[in-house]
Design a protein. Structure first.
Length: 461
């Protein structure tokens, strides 16, 4: 084979990889509107108001006969949704690695979530149970889809490019969230001009996120390609992948095998433990910030939407800037710096005066600058710790840490409020996640962890 042919093949491979990367970015563009408009801005306060409308004289609702304070219903629903995701993700991850066919599974999860989100248009009156069910389905489907989406990263980007590729994906997502928030804010503030009630405007915003999610998911589903790894070809027991059994029927057995395999990589598990702790705090802040702003600080919905829009805009710049910092200082040091910033920001949030939107915007700016980067760099750092051929399996464990194990934060937030009646006490309780996460991550020798996983160690990590 001539030199010219080799160069042509290399150029074609690089062009194909860039095309896949651009398609990969668009799944963040598609689904981030759900995280922003639904989970962060509209659904929390709206579902809480629906639950309050259905509450008894003491402020409790009774799903399945269990007394729940109306103000805690949303947080408990988020916790239940991620528990459901924990049960489903290992099965889907095992099926993806066993068959090598991630795209059909990604499509199923994405469109189940998009459909449930679109159906939130019918959430009104005192239908708090419908809202809880749709939230559980949509949030669990989003977790499964993100697990599959993340598992593409080590396949579409070489080690030296992963911080940048991961950061661009997050930047795409936050840019999408910013764009739709502007549209949502326009509709919400001018709902009378559009001839709809405030409640209807909120339900339109919720449903539009589902439609956006489903429409733009087409792009990554067309551009990403399935790869049949050696693991998919041989199965976990050395038998032929075609005759190794149906993925769903062997899912629990595969999960047990995955957990045994992960025990052979204790440093990867050490990183996951650290990530589980500090990301639990991040996810809880994201999902509960609007509740804190509306119920404790007395801020209006337009102020909350404006603050979240500020977070989205600054998160685009923050993700890209932290990606550049990681090139110089390494991903681990950059993440540790972001955890210090999270701790200081959350502590400041405890002391925010009620009815002071300016200080809430300052707090939002601090969150925005570290939000995207801390998540993007955590994802790219973990991608170096995954043994080749087991991306979906290991990213199912990662997604449990990212969303699936993030039931502790909302649970702590909800229990603290239920016991104290103070959202300030609930928000300050989350500081522990960042302090403990920092201490655990600082102890992980990431270079040795990458080498032990069988991957090439980048120059700067």
């Amino acid at each position: 084979m001539g030199t010219g042919t080799v160069r042509t093949d290399a150029a074609d491979e690089a062009a194909g990889r860039r095309r896949e990367q651009r398609g990969w970015y668009f799944y963040d563009w598609a689904c981030s509107v759900y995280s922003t408009s639904v989970l962060t801005v509209f659904l929390g306060p709206y579902l809480t108001s629906v639950a309050e409308a259905a509450a008894d004289s003491e402020g409790f609702v009774h799903p399945l006969g269990v007394p729940v304070r109306a103000g805690s219903f949303f947080a408990y629903s988020v916790s239940l949704s991620v528990i459901v995701a924990v049960l489903v993700m290992p099965l889907v991850g095992a099926a993806a690695d066993r068959t090598g066919r991630k795209k059909p599974l990604l499509a199923t999860a994405a469109y189940v979530g998009a459909t449930a989100t679109t159906a939130m248009f019918f959430l009104g009156g005192d239908r708090y149970l419908l809202g809880g069910v749709l939230l559980i389905v949509a949030n669990a489907a989003q977790s499964v889809a993100m697990m599959l989406y993340n598992s593409y990263l080590p396949q579409i980007a070489p080690p030296e490019d992963r911080d940048a590729v991961s950061s661009r994906g997050w930047a795409f997502g936050y840019a999408s969230g910013s764009l739709m928030l502007i549209v949502n804010l326009t509709l919400y503030l001018a709902h009378d001009s559009f001839g709809v009630s405030e409640s209807t405007a909120v339900r339109i915003c919720l449903a539009s996120a589902g439609l956006w999610w489903g429409a733009f998911a087409v792009i990554p589903l067309r551009r990403l390609r399935d790869r049949r790894s050696a693991y998919a070809a041989t199965g976990t027991d050395g038998t032929s992948g075609e005759g190794a059994g149906a993925p769903t029927s062997s899912g629990f057995r595969q999960l047990a095998a995955t957990l045994r395999d992960m025990r052979r990589h204790p440093l990867t598990l050490a990183f996951l433990l650290a990530y589980l702790i500090y990301n639990d705090g991040i996810q809880t802040v994201i999902s509960q910030a609007s509740i804190y702003g509306s119920k404790e600080l007395g801020l209006g919905q337009s102020t909350l939407i404006g603050a979240v829009l500020l977070v989205q805009v600054l998160a685009v710049a923050g993700a890209l800037a932290m990606g550049r910092l990681a090139r110089v200082y390494g991903a681990k040091r950059t993440i540790l710096g972001s955890l210090v910033a999270w701790t200081l920001t959350l502590t400041a949030g405890y002391f925010l005066p009620a009815g002071a939107p300016v200080w809430f915007f300052v707090l939002a700016a601090g969150i925005g600058l570290v939000l995207g980067g801390s998540q993007a760099l955590s994802r790219s750092l973990f991608s170096h710790l995954v043994p080749p051929g087991k991306e979906a399996e290991y990213f199912s464990a990662y997604e449990m840490s990212d969303r699936g194990m993030s039931w502790l934060g909302p649970l702590l937030f909800g229990l603290t409020y239920q016991l104290t009646g103070s959202y300030r006490d609930a928000i300050i309780s989350l500081v522990a996640f960042f302090v403990i996460g920092f201490a655990l991550l600082a102890r992980v020798p990431v270079r040795r962890a990458i080498s032990d996983a069988g991957n090439r160690v980048p120059t700067t990590i």
